[in-house]
Write a protein that binds this ligand. Structure first.
Ligand SMILES: Nc1nc2c(ncn2[C@@H]2O[C@H](COP(=O)(O)OP(=O)(O)O)[C@@H](O)[C@H]2O)c(=O)[nH]1
Ligand SMILES: [Mg+2]
Length: 316
């Protein structure tokens, strides 16, 4: 990666940003080098996570809310994890992607395919958000699918996490996964044009009140992404949460926690690799396989013995 790219990136050239994102997305040493170079410039963007199942209306909502920020002269970036065809749902967003290629209207959209591990995916979303942050975007939306462990991790990738749900017939709020309930700082009941939306939102409010355990009570906003209903309320709820975080060092604490989490994830990944590629460990493992196969040790005793030299702190 030549200096030229960084110069063009810091001069605000969209193509250079796309290029750096591709390098970061590819990972490896070159990607890390880019992140190291950009890191001093990372930290001023406000990150809004939007999570929920595919088809809930996340892209539609991100598009609508991002317009509010654009109207307020804020620059916007979007990182969207989209397993199907990116943004097919939102014709508006589709148009915008096309527009983007011709001119930068202040919204930079990048979709990432949901491949690889969940950890890899959320790390990648965070890293791409870092690039947009260094690029000077004021607001960054991170659209992720609320499945598996990912929903727990989104808390480390966004400042404000919005969980988007829909009042699907036959489903009641009890069926919402507790992972989603835990990460939501704002709940959005989208497709408010559906008949049972109101009741669904009220049930959700009662459930949230019962679970409330911090001085931020997550609001439930009813929206209809396609007609624009409730978009102002959603924007206001995000701004209220941002205001809440700006007091008592909450934002700084959240940022520190996220960075700690990131360091742990990166170190964890490397540690495993270092460990299993280490000659001593490989030989030890081979020897244990023989012993276990011969019935002389159980796999648990073997695993314990392999780890024994590293258990210094926990020895009694
Ligand atoms: N009826 C209704 N459809 C909506 C609403 N919001 C989004 N949709 C539609 O739901 C589909 C999925 O939306 P999309 O934003 O792509 O969902 P995502 O997968 O969560 O990003 C699209 O066809 C949207 O037009 C809404 O409020 N009401
Ligand atoms: Mg989407």
């Amino acid at each position: 990666m030549t200096q030229d790219y960084f110069d063009r990136f810091f001069a605000g050239e969209t193509l250079a940003a796309s290029r750096l994102m591709s390098v970061v997305e590819a990972g490896g040493e070159e990607g890390e080098e880019v992140l190291n170079r950009l890191f001093p410039k990372v930290g001023s963007a406000y990150r809004i996570g939007v999570t929920g199942f595919t088809g809930a209306g996340k892209s539609t909502l991100v598009d609508a809310v991002s317009r509010r920020y654009r109207d307020a002269k804020k620059s916007v970036g979007v990182i969207a994890e989209d397993p199907s065809s990116p943004f097919t749902g939102g014709a508006i967003l589709g148009d915008r992607v096309r527009m983007q290629q011709a001119s930068d209207d202040g919204v930079f959209i990048r979709s990432i395919a949901s491949r690889g591990s969940e950890t890899g995916l959320s790390a990648c979303a965070t890293e791409l958000a870092d690039v947009l942050d260094a690029f000077g975007r004021d607001i960054i939306f991170l659209e992720t699918i609320g499945i598996g462990q990912l929903e727990y991790r989104i808390r480390h990738i966004a400042h404000t996490t919005c969980v988007v749900v829909t009042p699907d017939a036959g489903d009641d709020v009890q069926s919402l996964k507790s992972g989603l309930m835990e990460v939501g700082e704002i709940f959005v009941v989208n497709k408010a044009d559906r008949e049972n939306a109101k009741r669904y939102a009220d049930d959700l409010r009662s459930m949230i009140e019962l679970r409330a355990n911090s001085d931020w009570l997550p609001p439930v906003v009813e929206t209809a992404g396609t007609s624009g209903e409730g978009i102002d309320e959603l924007h206001d709820a995000i701004e209220r949460h941002r205001e809440y975080l700006s007091h008592d060092g909450r934002l700084e604490a959240k940022r520190a926690e996220a960075l700690r989490n990131r360091m742990t994830l990166v170190a964890d990944e490397r540690l495993r690799k270092l460990f299993w590629e280490n000659d001593y460990i490989r030989k030890k493992l081979d020897g244990m396989v023989d012993l276990v196969t011969a019935g002389k040790k159980s796999p648990y005793e073997a695993a314990r013995e392999i780890l024994e030299p590293f258990a210094i702190n926990s020895r009694k």
